[in-house]
Design a protein around this ligand. Sequence first.
Ligand code: ARG
Length: 270
Amino acid sequence: MSESRVQRRRRFLVCEPRHFAVQYAINPWMHPDVRVDVDLAQEQWQSLISTYRAHGHTVDAVEPVPGLPDMVFAANSAVVVNGRVFGSFFHAAERRPESTHYDMWFKAAGFTVHRPESVCEGEGDLVWTGRYVLAGTGFRTTREAHREVQEFFGHPVISLTLVDPYFYHLDTALFVLDEDTVVYYPEAFSPGSREVLARLYPDAVLATRDDAMAFGLNSVSDGRHVFIAPQAESLAARLDDHGYVPVPVDLSEFQKAGGGIKCCTQEIRP
Ligand code: ARG
């Protein structure tokens, strides 16, 4: 059955975790008293990058900046559709300087960057499905930003309300498998948003709280391979049943900051 799933090669933007640490707490996963093993984090991150490359994907990197421990979470820096870059404006003051560094990378790479007027955390909350943008709100990205994103891209933006602080970004509660399907954890959403998702995606793969707590929803799919946390074992098995090929990549050190595979991966869509 997996023969029927077609891979599309991607271009990813990442940031090495050279200065990664947990120094402040802006989500329930973060405990500044918990030590991060920087060497292990480096190893885990390098294996994510080599796994992407081994599967035919292109990976570009932004230079990490000292004093910005969350900069490794490249997904939050922007959302890029049709080569158009909608930049970021972080909720937490600690993360605000990251935007400028990513914007500089995009400019040097030949893109123009739109700077949002209200809080907006890139692909953390703005998920391009191939047809529209699913947009999370409730903890970080605002509804004003959703409107701005729709004006900017001219694609429909569908606002979804997140209700569980452990799943504070949309990309911790949902990911896109391909143009037709998503995977999500229903209880992370308000009742109305749950209904919206059920209408849009009657064939979605539904995840459990255990899958979500294992960062199984913070996965990256290329249409065939799903780069997924090994701890999300049961979800990986279900994806396999659906004809996808789970590729386990362990980013356990990053979970201490509330991040996983997708958080470390910005997609540049030409
Ligand atoms: N510590 C970071 C924060 O709370 C983690 C960001 C995770 N990124 C993501 N795309 N969910 O902002």
